[in-house]
Design a binder for this molecule. Structure first.
Ligand code: ADP
Ligand code: F6P
Length: 320
């Protein structure tokens, strides 16, 4: 039976990471397993920035955004020497397993550690929802709801000035935040890398809908497409309708996690400790058909995620 585990957050922070850390720590403690919090991702493992946790160490964090363990990107961990230093630290303090909360990059690190005999379980923590083996990542729901709230506010001013507002949302290379925020806010057009788009057609649609009484326009652009400023300028030139671009940025990463993020993070954190107590490592936890499941890390990293084409098409059809 495993006696000592650690938990770390790595890569970009996401709302709900704290709920996952809490679930890991509390599940371990209730099962008599010693648990350490490793700070600033893999940096903490290399530098020994590690604290023993008790049940009260994770009090009052469930409702907070960010991560109480801090997070970081750790280039040293990408080297063989870095991994060896981390393994040596695990041996020194008796860490037999680690729950790694992060994205694909963090899971690659977890696979390296697993190959050296440290049982690692990855939990999907990113606002981008760009992890192929899971329908859902911790932080995604909160980020989308924040983006939606921001677009609703932007609409007030776009409406008052009869303008077009081009709003860029995060997602790295993926358009999941954009397509869902776009349909939910009633965007005239959603522009992502996954679907073809034509600014001439967008301009035409704006002018046609103006004839039926539409006075202001919201265009949601995924970060991966970029050029929001140019898109706004081009649409203004093509339509004569005044346009403004807003890049929402890191506001989408912060804030109190939604109920959905807290629930999924709690269930996934508990599930990760379940795997470790069975002596299982080198797995990524995910959600498929609303059920929590797990995959081999390499298999998870080789999977492809479909885009939400149907949602995008419906959004286009009803935005008239
Ligand atoms: P995310 O986990 O959100 O994808 P990153 O890609 O920045 O974020 O990865 C987070 C950290 O995971 C990196 O700073 C590094 O420490 C570790 N990591 C990323 N890729 C690898 C890799 N190929 N091998 C080992 N460790 C990696
Ligand atoms: O992965 C989360 C994310 O916020 C992406 O949406 C964005 O592309 C990136 O991280 C921004 O990274 P940073 O905070 O390092 O600027």
């Amino acid at each position: 039976m495993i006696k000592t585990i650690g938990v770390l957050t790595s890569g970009g922070d996401a709302p709900g990471m704290n709920a996952a850390v809490r679930a890991v720590a509390r599940t371990a403690i209730s099962r008599g397993i010693k648990v350490y919090g490793i700070r600033r991702g893999y940096n903490g493992l290399i530098n020994g920035d590690i604290i023993e946790m008790n049940e009260r160490s994770v009090s009052d964090i469930l409702q907070k955004g960010g991560t109480c363990l801090y997070t970081a990107r750790c280039p040293e961990f990408r080297t063989a020497e870095g991994v060896d230093k981390a393994v040596a630290k695990c041996k020194e303090i008796g860490l037999e397993g680690i729950v790694v909360i992060g994205g694909d990059g963090s899971f690659r690190g977890a696979a390296d550690l697993s190959a050296k005999g440290i049982l690692c379980i990855g939990l999907p923590g990113t606002i981008d929802n760009d992890i192929a083996c899971t329908e859902y990542t911790i932080g995604y729901d909160t980020a989308m709801n924040t983006a939606l709230e921001m677009v609703d506010k932007i609409r007030d001013t776009a409406q008052s000035h009869d303008r077009c507002s081009v709003v860029e949302v995060m997602g790295r290379n993926a358009g999941y935040i954009a397509v869902n925020t776009g349909i939910a806010c009633g965007a005239t057009e959603i522009i992502t890398k996954e679907m073809p788009y034509d600014l001439d057609e967008v301009a035409k649609k704006m002018l046609e809908t103006r004839k039926t009484g539409k006075q202001h326009f919201i265009i949601v652009v995924a970060e991966g497409v970029g050029h929001s400023q140019e898109i706004a300028q081009t649409l203004q030139e093509k339509t004569g309708i005044e346009a403004r671009a807003t890049i929402l940025g890191h506001v989408q990463r912060g804030g109190s996690p939604t109920l959905r993020d807290r629930v999924i993070a709690s269930l996934m954190g508990n599930y990760a400790v379940d795997l470790l107590t069975q002596g299982i490592g080198n797995r990524v936890v995910g959600m498929q058909n609303n059920k929590i499941v797990d995959f081999d890390i390499q298999e998870a990293l080789s999977m492809q995620k479909p885009y939400e084409t149907h949602t995008h098409e419906v959004a286009r059809e009803i935005a008239i």
